[in-house]
Design a protein around this ligand. Sequence first.
Ligand code: ES4
Ligand code: ZN
Length: 319
Amino acid sequence: MPLPKAELHLHIEGTLEPELAFALAAGNGVELPYKDTEELRAAYLFEDLQSFLDVYYSLMAVLRTEDDFFELTDAYLARAAAQGVRHAEIFFDPQAHTSRGVPLATVIEGLARALDGGEERHGISTRLIMCFLRDESAESAMETLDAAKPYLHRIAAVGLDSAEVGNPPSKFREVYEAAAALGLRKVAHAGEEGPPAYIREALDILGVERIDHGLRCMEDPELVERLARERVALTVCPLSNVRLRVVDTLEQHPLARMMDAGLLCTVNSDDPAYFGGYVGDTFHAVHEALGLGEEKLRELARNSFVASFLEDDEERRGR
Ligand code: ES4
Ligand code: ZN
């Protein structure tokens, strides 16, 4: 039996496996620039975040109908359940779809139909986190927030993803203020490729509750101390960091040092179809590469529930 766990850093578009991509391409009459799944998989050798994002956004062309989004999400839930996931907080990138002419309603209704069946079909409770693409303008993010108003009952939080360097959290101050005023919770990717200063901005300017990735905090001891003291959760994605060359090898990943520094770490799969594993595979990999024993793995699993949005508001205010 795999450890029961929550997954808090998962891009639903990053669960698009090559086989499903080709099946959807055929169904939608979309031509992919790859001969077959093997050739596509061979393209998954990334230099950095941007070289991954180029493939990630281009493959999304196959996602066109509500059923496509349903199928994508239901397939993720099935895989996650098999690896012990009991709760998933799922990112989606509306601008990556609306910019290609797929209406927001199509995206959200397809995702929501799969999530509504999540408990019964797969034993997984879920939340949706709507991400803004930080390499697009703040105006575009604000328009996206505005367009999501009919679906707010479906959305737990906002997030910030895509190309980090040069797109600091402060660019989205007003958007996050508006999101909070609508009752949405807040997270942001920070300190993946970007500097520790972006983690501080995400906390101080955007007021986020969790930092996605955050591993570059380790360059700033004062920041580490603050994150530990304030019990700010970091949703760490070790396999992603290796594939995108944020770290050279899994053996050199700072996760064990982060835990030893008292940081509230969780481990997550990020874009599992691209980075070589789902969250159970990730637990296994950090056990093997970093020597994290049973007790540390249990701590990570426990942290995933503590850091989740399942925790009730009373408890959050008290800490
Ligand atoms: C992402 Cl690994 C990563 N970083 C930033 N943005 C993303 N979107 C999808 N995966
Ligand atoms: Zn991510």
